[in-house]
Each structure stands twice: as C-alpha cells, then as structure tokens.
Design a protein around this ligand. Structure first.
Ligand code: FAD
Ligand code: MLT
Ligand code: ZN
Length: 474
C-alpha cells in the first residue's frame, strides 16, 4: 500500500505542487462556516479539471485515503471539512469554475461545479436569462455544493430546489471514473435517473464536476414588498392570498420573527428594518411579472388591499426601486449573519406542511421555554415552502459554549419529536452532514436506512467518499 508521503508526491504530479496544500494556515478549508468543528487535513488538493480530479480520486482510492469534496465551505451541517484525524484529503473544486456552454434555444447552461453561484447568476443575466437559485451565501457557495446539498433558498416557492433546476451532471465516481451525464434533455426515461442519486448526497457517493442547469426568461419586473403581519396565522393567510392574486408571479415568500429582526437591527444598525419594533412577525414577498412593472404594482396593490381588509397585514412597503428591493432582501439575508454575530447557536432547519406551521410553532415554543427558560428563539425562513429556521440563541449572559454542550442534544430531541408528530422533516434544505447523522437514524425508517446503505455500498464500496457524513459507518 502507498504511504501518505508517496500519495502526496503523486498528487503534486497530477495538479502541480502549489495545488497540494499541506502547510500554513488551512483554516479556510478545515473550519466549518458555523465554527462548530475544526478538522485537520492530510492535504487540500485543488485540481483544475475533471481529468485531474479523476486522477486525484484514483490515487487516493489506491492509497485507501478518504476524501472530502468541498465547494465554498458555507454548509450548515459540518459536511465539507475534514475530520480531526489528519488523514483525509479535501478535494477543493474552486479552481474548476468555468461556464462551459449556454444554449439559449434549449434554455440551459453547462457549468463547472466549482463556479460560485453569484458568478453563474451574473453570466446568465448577461445573456438575458434568469438562473433563479438564490441564497444569502451566493457570493461564496458553488453550484457543486448547491447540488451536493440540494440547496433551497428564497425562490423555491416558484422554481423549486436545486434538484428541480438540474437536467444533467458530470461526476467522478469513488473509483475515479468519469460519468458524463451532461444532458440538457427534459425528457429521458432510460432507466434509473443517476443524477438524482448524486444530488443531495453531500459528497458521499461521488464528486459532481459539472452540471447542466435550467434557465428562465428574465422577468420584466421583480417587485418586492415588506409587510407587518400580526401573527403566524396571518402570515399563512397572506401566503394563500399571494398564491391567489399573484399566481406564478409569486417568486419569494419569507417570514421573519421579531427577535430575528431585532438581531439585524442590533448588529447592522445601518440597515433600516421596517416595522420590527411594533410587529411580532414580518414577511418579505416578491412578485415577478412578465408584462410590465405597472402590472406588477397593480397586482401587488390588489393583494395588499385584500390582505389589509382581511386583517392579515397591518402595514406594508413596496420597494420603489431595485436598490430599495435589494435593501429589503438584504435585511432578510442578514439574519443568519446577525445570529452568528450574536454568538454560537442551535439551528433547526425543519419543514412542516405550511398550514400547520402556526400550530407547530405555538406548541414547540411553549415546550421549549418550559424546559429551557430564557432560551431566545430566532424564528424565520422560507414560509412559502413550509421551511422554518427554528433557531435558538443562548439566554442573555449564559456561557454559549456551555449552552451548546449541555442543551443542544436535549433541545434537538424535543424539537424533532414535535417535528415527527407533525410528519415534518428534520432537514429541509441544509442536509445531514455529520451534525445530524446520528439523528437521521432515529427519524428514518429501517427500510429507508437500509436502502440508503445499499446505495452507499454500491457506489462507494470502500467508504472513501466523505465517510461518516449522512450515513454513518456501519
Ligand atoms: P460546501 O459547504 O463546500 O459543501 C456542502 C456539502 O456538499 C458537503 O457535504 C460537501 O462534501 C458537498 N459538496 C460540495 N461540493 C461538492 C461537489 N462538487 N460534489 C459533491 N459534493 C459536494 N442553504 C440553503 O439550502 N438555503 C439557504 O437559504 C441558505 N442560506 C445560507 C445563508 C448563509 C449566510 C450561509 C453561510 C449558508 C446558507 N446555506 C443555505 C447553506 C449553504 O450555503 C448551502 O448548503 C450551499 O449549497 C453549500 O454550497 P458550498 O459550495 O459552500 O458547499
Ligand atoms: C437562510 O435561509 O438564511 C439559511 O438557510 C441560513 C440559516 O439557516 O441560518
Ligand atoms: Zn434557509
């Protein structure tokens, strides 16, 4: 068997020595975004092409060295950083960042997996198209990471998760073979759809190296409104009205609790957050219109009038310009950053049928505060998709590290037990990583877990691809 030193030498020959990092400050690759775990890599390898990546995987497999695919390292569940053993190789995709082709007639774009999401959005916009995936981390996350986690974001209510936007993939398998499935076909029923195995597999089955994604015509107008709503029930009622009045024009519907908005006001005082002091909840919603801005405004006005009449909106502003719309969205997108400024926290990325969310929150809040008095609830998220970030900040003046150590496990159990009773999911959009791998075993049926293990065994028999993530070692 090849030694680690021999492997490193081989990797240097494949990618060039400057692209095999073993020394110096590797924090950017070894520490997860939430600063939950610090790992240690044998090396961070940065291939420049699919062929180089395939050769790297072959070499690591021959040496029986496990690999951790990594894009922008913005994941929320500790899935893209190495463990503490110092024996894993991080496969960083960020040098593979080119747009390969744009097919305007077919409404598709083919792109390297390491392309930063914002660069992809901009390339599409320059060509007159919309690539609708949108997350607050878009300046750093990559399309490969988005596919690896099946990311959601703020446009799912209209365009679906990353999975729905993907037509084809190119993948390097755990053996180092290249599977070219880069098709732009919208209909293809030729056996098992392999693309869907890799999407959402969090680097545990193979490495996504490129993808063919769907494009949409750029809407003529994208209008944003920010509304104060008196309760979560009212927010759900507003969502129903928005579906009715805006139909497929409804492209975003996010809810934000008062405490979540207070954190933005506290940590980013330069942002002017409307209504947060007087309203328990606010909603940001977006209407995309293919006719005209005047038509978009008219639809929004009708919706907001009806909502005020029914008492589900108490006040609202509609952005007058693109800059104002961006500022309103920026408030929503700043919540996870403001939470990080406030300190370490516990995240629950859950989904429940939209209609049952108010009842769920009422029940869980009561239980949680009974068991963890003083805990501060940071509730916000993609209400249009039934996806809440039901997050918790330590009580004021409590030691944050102690809070996490002592309270995270019992608090997760409490929240997930209620999620189960509501037939919800313990991970709506962030994935499982290592943070939720143990929990998954309690929330999936034995049959489902057995099928997942069979897939893992078939595609990665040596358990070298991101081991311990999603499905734990048997
Ligand atoms: P990484 O963090 O590098 O990796 C994530 C996982 O994917 C890991 O398991 C990794 O091994 C795997 N992976 C990475 N690249 C590949 C590849 N090429 N092939 C196979 N597997 C791969 N997520 C949402 O869903 N919705 C949100 O609204 C959202 N908002 C966020 C806001 C902020 C401020 C931050 C910091 C994060 C947010 N996230 C959100 C989480 C995160 O940005 C997403 O999960 C994103 O898709 C991760 O992309 P990445 O390139 O950073 O992947
Ligand atoms: C978001 O919607 O802002 C994210 O998914 C980030 C988070 O959960 O903190
Ligand atoms: Zn989210």
């Amino acid at each position: 068997m090849m030694t680690h030193l021999e492997l490193l030498e081989q990797l240097r020959q494949i990618t060039g020595a400057p692209n095999v990092l073993t020394e110096g400050d590797l924090t950017a690759w070894e520490l997860d975004w939430r600063k939950r775990e610090r790992g240690r890599a044998l090396a961070v390898v940065r291939p420049a092409s699919t062929e180089e990546l395939a050769a790297v995987v072959k070499a690591c497999a021959a040496a029986r060295v496990s690999m951790v695919p990594q894009g922008g390292n913005t994941g929320m569940v500790v899935g893209s950083t190495p463990d503490a053993s110092g024996t894993q190789v991080v496969l960083s995709l960020t040098r593979m960042n080119k747009v390969r082709a744009l097919d305007a007639g077919n409404l598709t774009i083919t792109v390297d997996a390491g392309c930063v999401l914002q660069n992809l959005q901009e390339a599409c916009e320059e060509a007159g198209f919309l690539f609708p995936l949108s997350l607050a981390s878009e300046g750093s996350c990559t399309i490969g990471g988005n596919l690896g986690t099946n990311a959601g974001g703020t446009q799912v209510v209209r365009y679906g998760n990353t999975r729905e936007l993907c037509l084809g993939l190119e993948v390097v398998t755990s053996r180092g073979e290249i599977w070219n499935g880069l098709t732009g076909l919208r209909k293809d029923n030729t056996g098992y759809d392999l693309r869907h195995l890799f999407i959402g597999s969090e680097g545990t089955l193979g490495v996504i190296t490129a993808a063919t994604m769907k494009l949409y015509p750029m809407p003529v107008s994208q209008l944003t409104a920010f509304a104060a709503v008196p309760s979560l029930d009212a927010a759900v009622q507003l969502l129903s009205l928005a579906h009715r009045y805006l139909s497929s024009g409804l492209t975003g519907f996010e809810v934000m609790g008062q405490f979540a908005l207070s954190l933005v006001a506290k940590h980013y005082p330069q942002q002017r957050v409307p209504f947060w002091q007087e309203s328990p909840w606010c909603v940001v919603l977006e209407n995309s219109d293919n006719e005209s801005e005047a038509h978009a405004r008219e639809c929004f006005e009708r919706l907001l009038e009806a909502a005020m009449e029914e008492g589900c909106v108490t006040d609202a502003v509609v952005a007058e310009s693109m800059a104002q719309a961006k500022a309103l969205w920026h408030i929503r997108e700043s919540i996870p950053l403001a939470q990080a400024e406030e300190g370490l926290n516990i995240k629950h990325d859950i989904s429940i049928s939209v209609s049952r969310i108010p009842e769920f929150v009422q029940e869980t809040n009561a239980l949680l505060l009974q068991h963890f008095p003083g805990a501060r609830l940071v509730i916000y998220g993609h209400l249009g998709d039934g996806n809440l970030h039901y997050n918790v900040q330590a009580p004021v003046d409590d030691d944050q590290a102690r809070f996490l150590l002592d309270e995270e496990a019992p608090m997760n159990s409490l929240v997930y037990e209620v999620v189960d009773r509501y037939n919800g999911s313990i991970s709506a959009e962030h994935g499982i990583g290592s943070l939720k791998a143990e929990k998954l075993e309690h929330h999936k049926s034995p049959v489902a877990l057995g099928l997942m293990r069979s897939i893992k065994q078939a595609l990665d028999p040596l358990n070298l691809m991101n081991p311990g993530r999603v499905i734990r070692d048997n």
